[in-house]
Ligand binder design. Structure first.
Ligand code: TYD
Ligand code: MG
Length: 454
C-alpha cells in the first residue's frame, strides 16, 4: 500500500471493520487489525438528504414480481447452464481461476458465440497485447466484425472507449491489471481492484452492459484475489481443474439471477475448450473388472448428478506421523471418516498412510460421497475388491450411521443410465421411483462393510 499524497481527495478505510481515517494507519485503532487500511476516493458528502426530489420509483411487490427478466443465451450449453440460462443484461459477472487455467480462452469463445448472434462485444485486454489476443482468436477460430479489442489498462481511457463503442457485452481481462489513475496504490491492490470493479458496476447498471471481469486466483496475496470482489458482483463463476489434465469445471458459487452450484464440464483441447456433455460417462472406467480400493459415487452439484470414481490407497507408514492425502476432497472430512472407521470397526489405520483421490480432477463439496469413500478405504485396507457396477450413496454420521442425502433418486437414475446394477443407500431413503437397480439399504457402516467385503 502506497502512502504518498494524491492530488484527488481520498480517504482510508479499514477493510476489516470499516473504520475511516483521513490518513493511512498501520494498525486500526478500532479493531486492532494490522495493515488493513485501503485507499478509497471521497464521495461528496455535502449533498443534503432532503434537497432534491429524486427519480426514485416506489413499486408494489406484485408489480415487481411480474417484471420479466430477459437473458442473452451464450450458445454454449455448459456456460448457459452455469449462468442460469444466459447472461442477464446489465449484470456484472466475475470469472475467477488460477493463472493459465483457460479464462481468456473461455471468454474469447463466449465472445465469438455472442458476436455470431449479432451482439456487439468490447474485449479489453489489460494484460496481453493485441497480437496475443489475435493469435488466440486464430487458434480458436473466432472471427467477427462485432468484436472490438482494446489493449489498455487505464480506467479513464477504457471508460471513454466503452462510451464510444457502446457494446452489449464487455469483457475485462483482467480486473487486477486495470488501474484507476486517481488512486495512488498499485494495480492489483485491494483498493484498485475494488474501485475499478465498482466503476464497471456503475457502467454495467447505468448503460445496461453485461460485463465479465476476469480475476486471477492468487496464492501469495500480492494481488487482490477475486474473493475481495465476490460481495460486489452479481455472479461469481470459477474455472477449475488440474492444469496438466485437460478437464475444466466451470462452477457458479454466487448468482443473483439463478441457482448456484451448477457446474459445466469442458475439456481443453488444441482449439479451445470443448463441452463434455456426458460427463459421468467420462469419469468412469467402464469395466467389469473388480478393482481394489475403487468405489463409484455420485456428486450432486445443482440439479445434475455426476458419477465419479473414488480411489483409496492404504499403505504402511514409514515415517512417524502417517500421511493423509486427499485430492478433490476435504482432508478434515477424511479424518472424520477414518475416526469413525477406527472406532466403529476396530480397524487400526493409525499406522498407515492413506491416500484418497477423486478422479477427473473434480472436487466433492457435499457429503453424499462419504459412504463410497469409506468403502474404498475399507477395500484398500482389506485388499478385497468392492462389488462391480455398484454405486454408494450416503453421508456417514459420527455414530457410523448412514444418513440421508438430497437427490437420492436422481443419483440412482444417473447410475442406471450409465449401466450400473446395484446401489447401496441409506435405510432412511424414502419415495424411490421405480428403478431397475438392485437397491440395498444400509443402516450403518458396519452393515455396509459386512455386505460388501465380509
Ligand atoms: P488462457 O486462456 O490463456 O488462461 P488464463 O487466461 O486463465 O490465464 O489459457 C492458458 C492455457 O490453455 C495455455 O497454457 C494454453 C492452453 N490452451 C490450449 O490448450 N488450447 C487452446 O486452444 C488455447 C487457446 C489455450
Ligand atoms: Mg488470461
Amino acid at each position: 500500500m502506497s502512502r504518498s499524497k494524491s492530488s484527488k481527495k481520498t480517504k482510508f478505510v479499514c477493510s476489516n471493520c470499516g473504520y475511516e481515517s483521513p490518513k493511512w494507519l498501520g494498525k486500526c485503532p478500532n479493531c486492532g487489525a494490522w495493515n488493513s487500511f485501503v485507499e478509497v476516493p471521497v464521495e461528496d458528502s455535502k449533498k443534503g438528504w432532503l434537497v432534491e426530489k429524486s427519480g426514485v420509483e416506489l413499486k408494489k411487490l406484485s408489480e415487481v414480481m411480474s417484471i420479466r427478466r430477459e437473458r442473452i443465451p451464450v450458445g454454449i450449453g455448459e456456460v448457459d447452464r452455469v449462468l442460469g440460462g444466459g447472461i442477464v443484461p446489465g449484470s456484472l459477472i466475475l470469472i475467477g481461476g488460477d493463472p493459465g487455467i483457460g479464462k481468456s480462452t473461455l471468454l474469447l469463445q463466449i465472445a465469438g458465440k455472442l458476436a455470431q448472434s449479432g451482439k456487439k462485444i468490447l474485449y479489453v485486454t489489460a494484460e496481453e497485447s493485441l497480437e496475443q489476443v489475435g493469435d488466440r482468436a486464430k487458434r480458436l477460430g473466432v472471427e467477427s466484425d462485432n468484436i472490438y479489442v482494446l489493449a489498455e489498462s487505464e480506467m479513464k481511457t477504457i471508460i471513454q472507449q466503452i462510451e464510444e463503442v457502446s457494446p452489449d457485452i464487455l469483457f475485462v481481462d483482467s480486473i487486477q491489471t486495470v488501474y484507476h489513475p486517481d488512486l495512488t496504490s498499485a494495480p492489483g491492490s485491494v483498493s484498485q481492484v475494488r474501485e475499478c470493479a465498482a466503476e464497471f458496476m456503475r457502467l454495467a447498471k447505468s448503460r445496461n452492459i453485461a460485463t465479465f471481469l476476469v480475476g486471477h486466483v492468487t496464492k501469495d496475496g500480492s494481488l487482490a484475489g477475486p474473493r475481495t470482489l465476490e460481495h460486489m458482483v452479481d455472479a461469481v463463476i470459477y474455472l477449475e481443474g488440474e492444469r496438466q489434465m485437460g478437464l475444466r469445471i466451470l462452477r457458479s458459487v454466487k448468482n443473483r439471477f439463478g441457482s448456484t452450484n451448477e457446474i459445466g464440464v469442458f475439456e481443453m483441447e488444441e482449439n479451445g475448450l470443448v463441452e463434455v456433455t456426458n460427463p459421468s460417462s467420462h469419469f468412469l472406467t467402464h469395466s467389469d473388472e473388480k478393482r481394489i480400493g475403487v468405489a463409484v459415487i455420485a456428486l450432486l452439484e445443482g440439479v445434475r448428478p455426476l458419477l465419479v470414481e473414488v480411489q483409496a490407497l492404504v499403505a504402511p507408514s514409514t515415517f512417524g506421523v502417517p500421511q493423509r492425502n486427499t485430492t478433490g476432497f476435504d482432508p478434515r472430512r477424511l479424518s472424520m471418516i477414518l475416526a469413525v472407521l477406527e472406532i466403529i470397526t476396530g480397524y487400526s489405520l493409525r499406522n498407515s498412510d492413506i491416500f484418497v483421490n477423486i478422479t477427473g480432477g473434480l472436487k466433492i463439496t457435499e457429503s453424499g460421497g462419504d459412504l463410497g469413500i469409506a468403502m474404498s478405504i475399507v477395500s484398500a485396507f482389506r485388499r478385497v475388491p468392492l462389488p462391480p457396477k455398484t454405486i454408494f450413496i450416503g453421508e456417514i454420521g459420527l455414530g457410523g450411521e448412514i444418513r440421508h442425502v438430497k437427490g437420492i433418486d436422481r443419483r440412482i437414475n444417473e447410475a442406471e443410465r450409465l449401466g450400473l446394477e446395484k446401489a447401496y443407500i441409506p435405510v432412511t431413503a424414502h419415495k424411490l421411483q421405480g428403478s431397475k437397480l438392485e437397491i440395498v439399504k444400509v443402516k450403518n457402516i458396519e452393515e455396509a462393510i459386512q455386505l460388501c467385503v465380509g
